[in-house]
Design a protein. Structure first.
Length: 202
């Protein structure tokens, strides 16, 4: 899948600068104690979608927890032909990024994904085992997922993306995929899961 996504143009925000580059270029940026926060955007999003109200408060909370961070934004519209789930959920105005995030995250060093309406109320950098595992899933109280991948090229993350091909309906795919990953369904792929506690969903 790398050959299909490496040339996508992404937006990179770091230290009050905004640049356009290919995803491959973004994945090769220095990560010396820098965390790459992966975000997905839609063409219909207002220009200030992430810069006002509660979403801005949430992103500010990430910056407080991870002073050295950059944001890498991927346009979902560019990804709709990667598999049937992305295409169908995009047109259904559902959640195509559910299956996209492990794919892109797998090619980032110190890569993190969490929803834009997640506010960190504790220092996640200290609370979570960011150096103990190659990747993990952190569940937070209400719903949703905090994902982490330590080293790019992690094959487990791309396997996660391809797990969606095993499910017939998108509305159940994410839940069933998490069950598969968690091993409760005797799945072959297991990702450590943690209760992050210090993360709340608005």
């Amino acid at each position: 899948m790398w050959d299909k996504i490496k040339d996508y143009i992404v937006t990179v925000e770091e230290n009050d600068t905004v640049k356009k580059m290919t995803f491959e270029e973004a994945s090769n940026l220095d990560t010396n104690d820098i965390y790459n926060f992966l975000m997905f955007t839609f063409p219909e999003d207002p220009e200030d979608f992430f810069n006002t109200g509660f979403r801005k408060d949430c992103i500010d909370s990430w910056k407080a927890a991870f002073p050295k961070m950059r944001i890498i934004k991927v346009n979902v519209r560019d990804c709709i032909h990667l598999n049937k789930w992305v295409l169908e959920s995009y047109h259904a105005k559902s959640y195509p990024n559910d299956c996209l995030r492990p794919l892109f995250l797998g090619y980032l060093n110190n890569g993190i994904y969490c929803d834009a309406d997640v506010f960190l109320i504790k220092n996640a950098k200290k609370e979570l085992p960011l150096t103990s595992y190659d990747c993990f899933v952190g569940q937070y109280a209400c719903s949703g997922t905090f994902l982490f991948n330590r080293k790019k090229g992690n094959p487990e993350m791309e396997k996660w993306f391809h797990l969606y091909d095993k499910f017939e309906t998108f509305d159940r795919a994410f839940t069933d995929c998490m069950t598969y990953l968690d091993g409760r369904d005797k799945g072959e792929l297991k990702v450590p899961e943690f209760d992050t506690c210090g993360i709340v969903n608005h």
